[in-house]
Each structure stands twice: as C-alpha cells, then as structure tokens.
Design a protein around this ligand. Structure first.
Ligand SMILES: Cc1cc2nc3c(=O)[nH]c(=O)nc-3n(C[C@H](O)[C@H](O)[C@H](O)COP(=O)(O)OP(=O)(O)OC[C@H]3O[C@@H](n4cnc5c(N)ncnc54)[C@H](O)[C@@H]3O)c2cc1C
Length: 416
C-alpha cells in the first residue's frame, strides 16, 4: 500500500517543480511541506534570465512582475553596466519576486496540475525496505502527530538542511564552496532602477580608506519603491567565516551613496541570513530510491549565489527520470532510468560548477577580488564576458564567440 507514486519532501521551487512535472505526466505525487503557504524564505528574490526561462517552461504567468535588464557592478571607484545578452535559450530580462509570493505561486501551479499538497507535515526520517534498503517512505510529524507515508520513490527537496538525506548519511561535503548571505527589504529611491545593482567590494570601515571586507552586496527592486538588499560571503571549503554580517551591513549602509537612502529607518524587517550550499555539495543525487533536488543537492551556483534556476531545473530533470522509471516493468530497468538523473545534472552543470569552485577559491580573498574589480571593471568587453559566465547566461550551443568560449571552458573542466 502506498500513499503516492512519489513523495516530494518540501514545497520550495525545487519541490514545486518536481511535483508539477510529475503531475503533468499523470503521476500521483504528494508534496509534504512543514510550513503553511504563503511562507517566507530568506532569499535575494532575484531571477536571472535562466530562471525566467524555467518559469516560462512551466507556464508561469509573470505579467506585472518587476523586470530587470542587466547587472550594474560597482567597485574600486568604477562601475560597469552590462545588459542581459540576446540569446536563443533564454529571454533578455530577469525578474524579482518576493519568495513569499513566488513559492506560493509555484506550489499552487503544481497543485493545479494535479499534485497533492499536505502542509504542516515535517519529515523526520526515512522508511527503508527491509531487504533492499530502498527508501519507500518517510516518517513525519503531521500537525504534531507521528505519521508514516509510503511511496515508490521519494524526492528530498527540503532545502539546505536536507533533513531526510542527512538522516541517511548523505551529508554536506567539506570540499565544496558554501555561501552565507543576509538580506532585508529597504524603501529606497534606488528601487526605480531596472538593473540588478551589485556592490563588488565592501569595506571594513570608510570606503576607500579601510581594508576590503570579504563579501559582496546586492540591491534590486522587488516591487515599486522597495529593494531586496543583502550581502553575502563565500568559503571555498565550506567552513563558515564567522563574520559579523550585521556590522558589515551597517558599514555598507554608511558607505552607500546618500541618494540611495540606505538607513535603518527605511528597512522593512530585520536583516536575516541563511546558508547557500554550492556546486553539488551533497551527493549522490540519486541512490536507493531517493533523489535530491535544489539546495538539498547543494546546487547553488558558486559564481553568483543563484539557486532558484537550478532548483527548478533539477526538479524538472528528476521528474523526467522518475516518469521513465515509473513506466518500467522491472526494478533493474527502473534503476537504469533513475541513474540518468545524476548523469544529466553532472553533464549539464558539473563542468560549470568546477569552474565556479576555482572562481570561489580566488574571490573569497578580498585582496584578489580588489585586483579583479580594479582592472576588470574598466574593460567593457571583458566585463560582458565575465557577467555572462557568472550568471550562466549563455547559449550552450551556437551563439557568439563569448558563448562558444564559455561552452568550451565548461566542456574541458572536470565534472564536479
Ligand atoms: C540570503 C540569500 C539570498 C539568496 N538570493 C538568491 C537570489 O537572489 N536568486 C536565487 O536564484 N537564489 C538565491 N538564493 C538561493 C535560493 O534561496 C535557494 O537556492 C532556493 O531557495 C532553493 O530552493 P529549494 O526549493 O531547493 O529549497 P527551499 O527554497 O529552501 O525550500 C525548501 C522547502 O522545504 C521545506 N522543508 C524543509 N525541511 C522540511 C522537512 N523536514 N519536512 C517538510 N518540509 C521541509 C521548507 O519549509 C521549504 O518550503 C539565496 C539564498 C540566500 C540564503
């Protein structure tokens, strides 16, 4: 007796995507979510063209959402403005949407497609087949009461903590980058910008006359008059840097141009932070009936801290592999279908994330970041190339010389 063909643990972007793509194939999919929608998620709320292309593929109506048309980077007394490129594989604009709204829209979309959602259900562990060891269900606290749910396959979409995968020994790798980022909302005249504003250099004290702080900042509008503002730092070896993010944020506010009006009285809510697990930091993505998607599989990009595009993408690929497996008539054949999921993710992103790991080990050192910013920002062609690489905004086949160069670099890099 099963409760569903597939149980998806967690209803964030990764879980909603997996559930949506399974539901449109006609499978019985049950999402177990510990919170109740609409719920908040600490995030920058930024959607690059790659993320937008995933939303378009899912049929999400984004009319009226705040759009952006590129990235503006500041540092070492310079600034550069790089519009999103014209590409075949994605649109030339990004979006921003508060996660409280975005995640609600995505999960409702999955439910409208036929997925079932149970909220207030916190998954605590796995039920394993006594002979094969395969995950055939989950233990949960449903509205505070212990409950068991059974399915043919289980997807862990439970975010960075990945409680289910962790309970099975699939732990965060120590040799992958880990980001920590904090954000708040701010009423600011800068919210009239239609670019993603990136502060590539932060300072420990006064701008220009103190040491560089190990981090970067961002600000972009999420609705008229309101920015998502935040800062983050990166550790190439997964060790938290123990930084005082509140102090860093206060210093940034003090150093920001006066006309931006970054001030405590303009903040909507406190500065809040969370971890960003990167570059496939939790593996294997498939084993023993359990697939990992999104942050549960550590899929944030080490280049720019973006995770939503990869959460949506991995949900889609996982659902595709699961759909194939559910149609097979033998266990061996089903396993073969499921083994394609980690392979496809490695083929698509393994080389890119390896480059990202190299990038992370360089720019985690503020003195190197300073040199890159100082010599890089004044060179527009170089910056167009770098921004394309950092935001994964390139055509993987065809395209111009920049796309072809990035594709070649990704191809020769070892698969993460
Ligand atoms: C400060 C910050 C800024 C960021 N900015 C950006 C950005 O601008 N753009 C971008 O693309 N990415 C950004 N990211 C990364 C992005 O937030 C994540 O990559 C993304 O949320 C991953 O989606 P997910 O569905 O895998 O996980 P989540 O969004 O974390 O969703 C996991 C879901 O699982 C549920 N859950 C967890 N445990 C259980 C359990 N045991 N039982 C049942 N349910 C459970 C949670 O309640 C949640 O709903 C940022 C991250 C941080 C911390």
């Amino acid at each position: 007796m099963t409760d569903a063909d597939v149980i998806v643990v967690g209803g964030g972007p990764a879980g909603a995507s997996a559930a949506y793509y399974l539901a449109i194939q006609g499978h019985d999919v049950l999402v177990l979510e510990k919170a109740t929608f609409p719920r908040d998620k600490i995030c920058g709320d930024g959607l690059t063209p790659r993320a937008v292309s995933e939303l378009v593929r899912m049929g999400i109506d984004t009319a009226g959402w705040v759009r952006n048309y590129g990235i503006r980077g500041y540092g070492a007394g310079n600034f550069v403005e790089v519009p999103w490129p014209e590409l075949a594989s994605m649109p030339n604009y990004g979006l921003a949407k508060r996660r409280k709204e975005l995640d609600h829209i995505l999960i409702r979309h999955a439910v409208a497609a036929g997925a079932r959602l149970e909220e207030g259900v916190a998954v605590t562990g796995a039920i394993r087949h006594e002979r094969t060891g395969h995950v055939v269900g989950v233990l949960a606290k449903a509205h505070g009461e212990p409950r068991e749910y059974r399915a043919r396959y289980v997807v862990d979409a439970g975010g960075a903590a990945a409680r289910l995968a962790t309970s099975l020994g699939r732990v965060q790798s120590k040799n992958r980058p880990m980001g920590v980022a904090h954000r708040t909302y701010m009423r600011s005249p800068l919210a009239s910008t239609d670019f993603m504003e990136s502060q590539l250099e932060l300072w420990e004290g006064e701008a220009g006359s103190s040491n560089n702080a190990p981090g970067y900042g961002w600000a972009w509008p999420v609705e008229p008059g309101v920015l998502n503002v935040g800062l983050g730092s990166l550790s190439s070896k997964g060790a938290p840097k123990g930084l005082d993010y509140r102090a860093m944020f206060e210093t940034w506010m003090a150093n920001a141009p006066a006309e931006w009006e970054f001030a405590p009285e303009n903040m909507e809510g406190p500065l809040r932070g969370a971890a960003l697990p990167m570059a496939f930091s939790r593996k294997p993505l498939y084993a023993d009936g359990l697939l990992l998607v999104g942050d549960a599989g550590g899929m944030v990009s080490p280049f720019n801290g973006e995770g939503i595009a990869y959460a949506l993408r991995s949900g889609r690929e996982a659902a595709d592999a699961l759909g194939q497996a559910l149609a097979r008539t033998s266990a061996v054949s089903a396993e073969r279908a499921l083994a394609r999921y980690p392979k496809i993710m490695a083929d698509e992103l393994g080389g890119y994330y390896s480059l990202g790991r190299m990038f992370a080990s360089l720019i985690e050192r503020p003195e190197i970041m300073h040199v890159c910013v100082r010599h890089g920002l004044p060179r527009p062609t170089l910056m167009r190339f770098v921004m394309r690489l950092l935001s994964d905004a390139y055509d993987k086949s065809g395209g111009d010389w920049m796309d072809r160069l990035i594709a070649s670099l990704v191809k020769v890099a070892p698969k993460s």
